[in-house]
Design a protein around this ligand. Structure first.
Ligand code: PLP
Length: 476
């Protein structure tokens, strides 16, 4: 449990050795390699300026759901364009913004009845944090000492300074320590490398003990707990054990601390249900959504709140209880129209119901990877997958950072026609929900082949690689 105050020089010096957490791609590598310039997309593939097609194995950074150039979303944006592209939500509203808020409330965990728009995941988180902090000041009776946030080590909630304050990935965040607001940090469940040296499920989620202790001792100072439900994504796809989220909810209730669910990565079907919180029957007090909200088309985000949170912002004019926060493009009409069409696709195509065979197919396709000597762990939650590569699977020893294994494998996968991203030495596969079981199998096969090409070992059958020049034969 730490309280960030200063940039710790030892911690910064250690960054080069923070094996798992070096940035997605280092600047020098990025500048030296030929740029990948995407000009077109169709279904679950994108095409580069040279005419090569790639499987979009990261859903264009976890945003795309129904494939590229989805007719219904394309049309909805064009239709909205013929009305108006944007008008401010500062003191006004617009039909798409109103309709979308209604739809979100109907879909969200019960009790989240209020919607505040912004324009990306980081701002949706900032909004949730600021609301939580202001809430306790304006409660009756006020709780002026509740000024801190309890967050997880290895968490990622975005790149704005408030979101960085509650982040815990040193290589992204440690440099900014002197400028961040104070937080309490708890260890997340990283079962493959349990910091307590225990094994799930016999551990009985003992990692919650420290967190509970922090709440017991400091709940008077803690405004909110923020969590990425079910899966800490940017940390390397760390899946939480069953029941963990529910227990967090219960602890927040017991210690009178607001719960903020950051569903930016996990929302909109990514974990197999519309929202991850549903899987454990959890209603957070605040919930941030973005990424998939528009089906991966346009920047839009929302922070949902309970009536109790909302009520704390009502008062007489001179009290100035308003939540004074807003962005120029908040609730952009084109983006809201895209989001409405996105939700229509979920409804009409019964997308969530159709996920079960895909998830099972993905699990089956991933299973043979486990036999590779350098695959340490495979973590899957819905359509979010992390494959952790290790030098020695027996001892879980990491590769030296300088060997850039994750980066090298992802470049090999790209050469084979799959876009993936390394999070350190964790290879990430987050395909669009629209991918068929066969397409998911091909993506996993390519990833497997890229691992074999880079690290040796063998596969029982060769990957079915897409022809570089083929046109898209799948999709909508
Ligand atoms: N929260 C989580 C859990 C995320 O994974 C991300 C981005 O990956 C963010 C917040 C930030 O979202 P954005 O990139 O839209 O600012």
């Amino acid at each position: 449990m730490t309280n960030h105050k200063e940039a710790d020089p030892d911690r910064l010096a250690a960054l080069d050795h923070a094996h798992l957490w070096h940035p997605f791609t280092q600047m020098r590598e990025w500048a030296a390699e030929p740029p990948l310039i995407i000009t077109e997309g169709e279904g679950v593939k994108v095409r580069d300026v040279e005419g090569r097609w790639y499987w979009d194995g990261v859903s264009s950074l976890w945003v795309n759901l129904h494939g590229h150039r989805k007719t219904e979303i394309d049309r909805a944006i064009v239709a909205q364009l013929s009305q108006i592209a944007h008008s401010t939500l500062l003191g006004c509203s617009s039909p798409p913004a109103i309709l979308l808020a209604e739809r979100l409330v109907a879909l969200a965990p019960p009790g989240l009845t209020k919607v505040f728009y912004s324009d990306n995941g980081s701002t949706a988180v900032e909004v949730a944090l600021k609301m939580a902090l202001q809430y306790w000041q304006q409660m009756t009776p006020a709780h002026p000492r509740k000024t801190k946030i309890l967050a997880f080590s290895l968490a990622y909630h975005g790149d704005t300074v408030g979101a960085v304050s509650v982040g815990g990935i040193d290589v992204f965040h440690a440099r900014f320590a002197p400028y961040l607001f104070p937080t309490f940090k708890a260890n997340p469940p990283y079962c493959y490398r349990c910091h307590l040296g225990l094994t799930y499920p016999s551990c009985e989620t003992a990692c919650l003990t420290d967190l509970e202790e922090a709440l017991r001792r400091h709940h008077d100072e803690i405004a909110a707990l923020i969590v990425e439900p079910l899966m800490q994504a940017a940390a390397g796809m760390l899946a939480a054990p069953a029941g963990y989220l529910r227990r967090l909810r219960d602890l927040c209730t017991r210690y009178n601390v607001l719960m903020i669910a950051d569903e930016v990565a996990t929302g909109f079907g990514r974990t197999g249900t519309m929202f991850a919180c549903e899987q454990e029957g959890v209603t957070p007090d605040l919930m941030a959504v973005a990424k998939g909200l528009t089906g991966g088309y346009l920047p839009l985000a929302a922070t949902l709140a309970t009536q109790a949170v909302y009520d704390a912002f009502l008062g007489e004019y001179p009290e100035f209880r308003t939540f004074f926060h807003g962005h120029s493009y908040t609730g952009n009409a084109l983006a809201c129209a895209a989001a409405l069409a996105n939700l229509d696709v979920f409804l009409h195509e019964r997308v969530i119901d159709g996920l079960a065979p895909k998830l099972a197919g993905l699990r089956n396709a991933l299973a043979p990877l486990a036999a590779h000597p350098h695959v340490g762990d495979i973590r899957q939650c819905g359509l979010m997958v992390g494959v952790e590569l290790v030098q020695d699977a027996e001892t879980k020893t990491r590769f030296p950072t300088a060997s850039r294994i994750g980066w090298t494998v992802s470049r090999e996968a790209r050469a084979l026609g799959l876009l993936t991203r390394p999070l350190g030495d964790v290879l990430v596969l987050v395909p669009p929900l629209a991918a068929t079981p066969d397409e998911l199998t091909v993506m996993v096969d390519i990833l497997h082949q890229a691992i074999v090409n880079t690290l040796g070992g063998r596969r029982d059958s060769p990957a079915v690689l897409p022809s570089r020049s083929d046109t898209v034969e799948h999709g909508r």
